[in-house]
Design a protein around this ligand. Structure first.
Ligand code: GLY
Length: 311
């Protein structure tokens, strides 16, 4: 099977001055994941490598440089899902982990539960060789400055444009047909401590099923949860897959990935009055993406092996 990879760095009103950094972050994430997939490596390793690059880049709202909560602290959520088994590993409200996706992976591989939060998740991280960091080390100067301004003007000023939410994600398919999807986020700016968004919730911010496809979402979590957006998109892919498998159905598979992405984002605005976006791969590795925000940072590997990025 031909490997495939798609990533995103969040759907939001990305300001002009951040476009270059978002593009280069997506390119570096693709390079990290593709260096594994193109040599015959595993989708799980590729997806972790891609997400780590995005978490480490302060232009994105995940890991280092995440938006701060009302108390001025970083609080991260992440998930990774295996399309073959439908198993997932998810974490929420991490305050002392540099790369939350690594803990999500450790849960997927080593835990009888699918989701751990807060102190329990951090204890699990230590037990599985993932060190904790100083919470201050996750705070970028830009986010500290934004948080200080938010305290004064309640998000009303121009500085807050494009700063409401973020999120990063990736979907990967390897040569053996293994399909994984992952999402990681610092959540919304000035969220209440303990708030959990869509990102780490199976079916909301992420879903993968090898029979249909894999999805990572971005946008306003409280709306995305209402329509279980990632699972909704996978269900749209499944309908097309069933159609294509039927004797007369070969033609309906064309553009399936693009249509499913578009329909799910359309439902988000129609039914939940929210904005956001998503990336996906269908079961064959065809990429699709859509967003209703002014911009979304994304990248995928084209059939000829070239990286396609956009903001
Ligand atoms: N989509 C990210 C969040 O709402 O937390």
């Amino acid at each position: 099977m031909k490997p495939a990879l798609i990533v995103h760095g969040g759907a939001r009103d990305i300001p002009d001055e951040a476009v270059e950094a978002c593009t280069s972050g997506c390119q570096r994430a693709l390079a990290a994941g593709w260096s594994i997939l193109s040599k015959g490596g595993q989708a799980l390793d590729a997806i972790e490598a891609a997400i780590v690059v995005l978490e480490d880049d302060p232009v994105f709202d995940a890991g280092y440089g995440s938006h701060l909560n009302l108390d001025g602290r970083v609080e991260c959520d992440a998930i990774v899902m295996d399309g073959r088994t439908l198993g997932a590993g998810a974490v929420s409200a991490l305050q002392r982990v540099k790369n939350p996706i690594r803990v999500a992976r450790a849960i997927l591989e080593n835990c009888p539960h699918m989701m751990l939060v807060g102190e329990g998740a951090e204890r699990f991280a230590i037990q599985h060789g993932i060190p904790l960091c100083d919470p201050e080390g996750l705070i970028s100067q830009a986010e500290r400055a934004a948080w200080l301004k938010c305290r004064k003007d309640k998000h009303a000023a121009a500085h807050h444009r494009g700063h409401e939410q973020g999120t990063v994600g990736a979907v990967a398919l390897d040569k053996d047909g293994n399909l994984f999807a992952a999402t990681s986020t610092g959540g919304t700016c000035c969220k209440l401590p303990g708030r959990v968004g869509d990102s780490p919730l199976i079916g909301c911010g992420c879903y993968a099923d090898s029979e249909a496809g894999g999805v990572s979402c971005t946008g306003y979590g409280e709306a995305i949860m209402k329509i279980v957006m990632a699972k909704t998109a996978v269900d749209l892919l499944r309908q097309s897959a069933i159609c294509a498998d039927s004797p007369a159905g070969a033609s309906c598979e064309a553009s399936t990935a693009k249509v499913a992405a578009r329909e799910a984002v359309h439902l988000l605005s129609k039914r939940a009055h929210g904005t956001g976006g998503l990336i996906l791969l269908d079961r064959h590795g065809n990429p699709g993406f859509a967003f209703s925000t002014p911009r979304m940072a994304y990248g995928y590997v084209a059939l000829d092996g070239n990286f396609v990025t956009g903001v």
